[in-house]
Design a protein around this ligand. Structure first.
Ligand SMILES: [Zn+2]
Ligand SMILES: [Zn+2]
Length: 526
């Protein structure tokens, strides 16, 4: 026997009631109820068989009726599971079958079916339609999807529902990975992610969007999106959006350091490609798979205050100050560098060529298509292994602002303008030479200490003593220079002229070089 579906008619005029059903072989028989059904049992069958067959038919009907009830009950439970935590909702069709005193006579079975008129809305269906060509319900970090909400009856048929009814949208799981964009195009920033007072008409038209723009998952996460009717939150719907990782990144191996593009001690430019260049790759993945033809831009900016440059004026915008990029098999200098990922989702063997400065240079990577796809890496521009000259008995450290507080340099009563507070870094060899020069001069001229001015900054590189990202120091870049004044300090803190012939001889002895004369000091190099 096929299941029979009973649907209430539109003409029912009360909210609850019952309908009496009769099923039989002779509904039009004498004494029985009216009807048009005719017996299905052939008149040719012998009388003794009729009773047996009739009984069988009635048993079948009863069994069918029980089945119908149990199907209804299990369907109710199934619906309950679909809409989490919701009690079964009044349906426009049968809410419960009457399972009491059904009775049957010879020719028909009779039973009552209760009905209860509910709203035709039973739940909301949510469709997630990603903007990109992607799997259903699946989008990636940086992507958005249209949400289409449809009112449904208990049989999952579309139903009319007033456009002005208000809905609440909420993200119920992994809300750190997704949010909504409202009908005005505003992205909801708050957590928890709840968007209230959305007209059903607007939701039905797909004007609310889901946006995977908060965090980039490591692989993927599932965001549960729930839409409920504000006046009766038992009327609701839920859908899961899968959010994949999507990452544009700089692929680089340590050490993240290069030499500044530098000059040697004599002010002659020396550039050693291998030392001032750092190679890296750019790659793009979506859900772990490579993304080809993704256009991106690379550019650099220095980290303010790094490398001992304690001044905040902006460097002139040129390759010497910001470094530049090279592509493989291409000698052009790019700043910025713009290109696209290959079919393998990459651009390999990009080279960063250092600036003149010893500092922290930040390489920025940006997608040209979506500003959420960004990465950056800090490259230390540094002459390695520089050490700081510490205070000593036979020399005074001068030239940095803090060296001139009070009267500790009687030869220079006003502080220098240099805003480089650590100016005495050098190679270990240079540090030792300065200490030996000071000691030897004190042996010859007891009680006189020499004044050691600028050496190199902590990372080396161009030492712009005038705080203008430019000379005057041509050298002082590699920790192999020091400026020693022609004047020194006596035991009673007076500024005295040094014996230049003695000082120069001592310098020659320890550096194997004759120092240059620069204004009021010897420029010592090694
Ligand atoms: Zn500087
Ligand atoms: Zn110098």
């Amino acid at each position: 026997m096929q299941p029979v579906k009973f649907v209430t008619a539109d003409s029912l005029d009360s909210d609850t009631g019952f309908v009496r059903l009769r099923v039989g072989t002779d509904l039009g028989g004498s004494g029985g109820p009216g009807g048009t059904s005719k017996p299905v049992i052939s008149k040719n069958i012998k009388e003794e068989n009729i009773d047996v067959r009739k009984a069988n038919k009635l048993d079948t009907l009863r069994a069918g009726y029980k089945n119908m009830i149990s199907e209804k009950v299990s369907k109710k439970f199934a619906e309950k599971d679909e809409v989490d935590d919701e009690p079964p909702i009044g349906a426009p069709i049968i809410a419960a079958c009457y399972n009491g005193d059904y009775l049957y006579e010879e020719n028909y079975w009779e039973g009552d079916v209760n009905y209860k008129m509910g709203d035709s809305l039973h739940y909301f269906e949510i469709k997630i339609i990603p903007d990109t060509l992607a799997l259903k319900d699946t989008l990636a970090f940086g992507e958005t999807a249209k949400l289409i909400v449809q009112a449904k009856d208990a049989d999952s048929n579309d139903v009319e529902f007033p456009d002005d009814k208000l809905l609440t949208f909420r993200i119920e799981s992994n809300e750190n990975y997704g949010t909504f964009i409202n009908a005005n195009g505003d992205t909801l920033r708050a957590t928890p992610v709840v968007l209230k007072n959305v007209n059903y008409g607007s939701a039905k038209d797909g004007s609310i969007r889901f946006a995977a723009v908060k965090e980039n998952p490591d692989s993927f996460v599932t965001c549960s999106i729930r839409v409920s009717l504000q006046e009766d939150t038992t009327k609701a719907g839920e859908r899961k959006a899968i959010v994949l990782e999507q990452t544009l990144s700089i692929d680089i191996v340590e050490p993240y350091s290069v030499y500044p593009t530098y000059f040697n001690s004599h002010g002659v430019r020396v550039y050693i490609e291998q030392l001032s260049q750092k190679q890296f790759d750019v790659k793009m993945t979506r859900g772990g798979k490579s993304v080809s033809r993704h256009h991106f831009k690379l550019y650099t900016d220095y980290v303010v205050g790094s490398g001992g440059h304690n001044h905040i004026n902006i460097r002139a915008n040129n390759n010497d100050n910001y470094g530049y990029f090279l592509k493989p098999n291409d000698n052009q200098h790019y700043r910025p560098l713009e290109d696209s990922t290959s079919n393998l989702g990459r651009l390999d063997n990009i080279i960063y060529n250092a600036s003149y400065f010893g500092d922290l240079m930040r390489i920025y990577l940006e997608s040209s298509q979506n500003k959420l796809f960004i990465d950056s890496i800090d490259i230390i521009e540094r002459i390695p292994n520089l050490v700081e000259l510490q205070e000593g008995n036979n020399y005074e450290l001068v030239g940095a602002p803090q060296n001139h507080s009070g009267t500790n340099d009687p030869c220079r009563p006003t502080a220098p303008t240099s805003q480089h507070s650590v100016n005495h870094f050098g190679t270990q060899q240079m540090i030792t030479s300065i200490q030996n020069i000071a000691d030897d001069y004190a042996l010859l001229h007891s009680g006189i200490i020499i004044r050691v001015n600028d050496m190199s900054l902590e990372n080396g590189g161009l030492f712009d003593a005038n705080n203008n990202w430019s000379n005057p120091h041509q050298s002082h870049r590699m920790g192999t220079n020091a400026d020693i004044g022609f004047t020194g300090i006596s035991q009673n803190d007076n500024c005295v002229n040094l014996n230049r012939r003695d000082l120069e001889n001592i310098i020659r002895r320890h550096t194997s070089q004759a120092p240059y004369i620069e204004g009021d000091h010897y420029h010592v190099y090694q």
